[in-house]
Design a protein around this ligand. Structure first.
Ligand code: 6U4
Length: 160
């Protein structure tokens, strides 16, 4: 089985104390209990942009249009001890949208300062790629996890 295709979108706004990003507490399924990006699986026949627009709506009620999305690259998560968990993740950021984030069964959305990301409550690899994305740069990273499926064994950038 190949890696699952997933997609995440990071909403960015200017707060009183600098830039803020919308993350959320995952309440169900994969990564339950962690603070994660908003997104999920790409369904057959969908583009990644269509999938992320659908997932952000389902998980937060926020309405995105294709024009709101900026391509932020990709991260490939590799779990050698659990190959069925491997995921190819496309990344987007958005600075415009309609509506205010609301909780859903899957996610409790919450704004965090970009300068104070809750890394202790996130996947341990977040530090390796998320700050770069939130600076507005594109990434193309392969993150390989240890056999504990939690800590990072290696992280390789495929960009120059
Ligand atoms: N190592 C990792 N670090 C990280 O920050 N995010 C990861 C990750 N490995 C996977 N993810 C993200 C990508 C993806 O958006 C999410 C899992 O997808 P879903 O939220 O769709 O999972 P679920 O099992 O809840 O899915 P469904 O049952 O299909 O709704 O986890």
């Amino acid at each position: 089985m190949g890696a699952a295709e997933v997609t995440l979108c990071f909403l960015l706004r200017e707060g009183e104390n600098g830039a803020e990003v919308l993350l959320g507490l995952k309440q169900t399924g994969f990564g339950r209990g962690k603070i994660v990006g908003i997104g999920g699986h790409v369904e057959p026949g969908e583009t990644h942009a269509q999938a992320v627009i659908r997932e952000v709506l389902e998980e937060t009620g926020v309405v995105l249009q294709a024009e709101d999305l900026a391509d932020a690259g990709a991260v490939h998560f590799v779990f050698p001890a659990r190959p069925d968990w491997d995921m190819k993740t496309t990344l987007f950021t958005a600075r415009t949208w309609q509506g205010d984030p609301l909780p859903s069964d899957e996610i409790l959305p919450e704004w965090f300062r970009v300068e104070a990301l809750p890394v202790e409550r996130m996947w341990q690899d977040a530090d390796h790629w998320l700050p770069v994305v939130l600076e507005g740069r594109r990434v193309n990273v392969v993150v390989t996890m240890h056999t504990d499926n939690e800590s990072v064994a290696s992280s390789q950038s495929l960009l120059d």
